[in-house]
Design a protein around this ligand. Structure first.
Ligand SMILES: Cc1cc2nc3c(=O)[nH]c(=O)nc-3n(C[C@H](O)[C@H](O)[C@H](O)COP(=O)(O)O)c2cc1C
Length: 219
């Protein structure tokens, strides 16, 4: 086959391909989550009674329903008219982004659409902490402050506010986990420069803390 024929064949193949085969579909980048159930779980008092840190996890993944409710509880929109959230933030700057490592990749929780946007189709859990269990747990949350939303705030105050906001999100996750029989542990022991590089973060994004979630081992 001469070159002209080969090029013509390639062009024909390209023309016949559906666009989704040529360009990654938007849907492939966005994982929609089911609506949370509002009547599930144990009472707040029971969840507070059971809240604790767990460091041994079963390998099983979290169902989408659980993922949805956990992320909504963490930092979802609970007032749709204003976009306000389940956790507070100083001056309502909402500077924390919740990143999620699943076995299928790294995602960012998009609060407005209650969905997960694929950031990297890579398995990063092993990088999210210096301990061994994050590598094998089904899910790690990484709380990242975006300081482009706190411009004009002195750095120390911005870090302090972001830490408090992330702490409130951490506790929301702990309580949801206690309410649903999941295990969780918040983790500050992270190699931040290595993880930030692997996640492709900008200079003005800062990893505040991480949290591992999964079903407790041996149940
Ligand atoms: C800011 C902060 C950082 C933490 N970092 C880690 C960590 O890197 N690894 C870990 O296994 N636990 C970590 N923890 C969890 C604590 O060890 C745990 O909360 C404490 O031992 C009390 O146990 P409890 O959560 O079961 O009440 C951290 C807790 C906080 C508040």
């Amino acid at each position: 086959m001469d070159r002209v024929k080969a090029i013509a064949l390639v062009l024909l193949a390209v023309c016949l391909c559906p666009p989704s085969a040529l360009f990654p579909a938007e849907e492939a980048q966005v994982r929609t989550l089911p609506d949370p159930r509002w009547d599930g779980g144990r009472t707040l008092m029971q969840a507070l009674k059971d809240r604790r840190s767990t460091r041994e996890f079963a390998p099983q993944s979290l169902p989408d329903q659980v993922l949805s409710e956990l992320l909504w509880a963490a930092y979802g929109v609970n007032r749709s008219d204003t976009g306000d959230r389940t956790a507070p933030s100083a001056h309502n700057r909402q500077e924390i982004d919740v990143y999620v490592t699943l076995r299928s990749g790294l995602y960012r929780y998009e609060t407005a659409t209650h969905s997960l946007r694929l950031v990297k189709a890579e398995d990063l859990p092993g990088l999210t902490g210096r301990q061994k269990f994050p590598a094998t747990a089904p899910m790690n949350l990484v709380y990242v402050a975006d300081f482009s939303r706190t411009l004009g705030v002195p750095p120390e105050a911005a870090i302090q506010a972001a830490s408090v906001s992330a702490g409130a999100i951490v506790q929301n996750v702990y309580l949801y986990c206690a309410s649903e029989g999941l295990g969780a542990v918040v983790r500050g022991w992270i190699d931040r420069p290595v993880l930030a590089k692997a996640m492709g973060l900008r200079e003005d994004q800062y990893i505040v803390i991480a949290q591992t979630v999964g079903y407790p081992a041996g149940q």
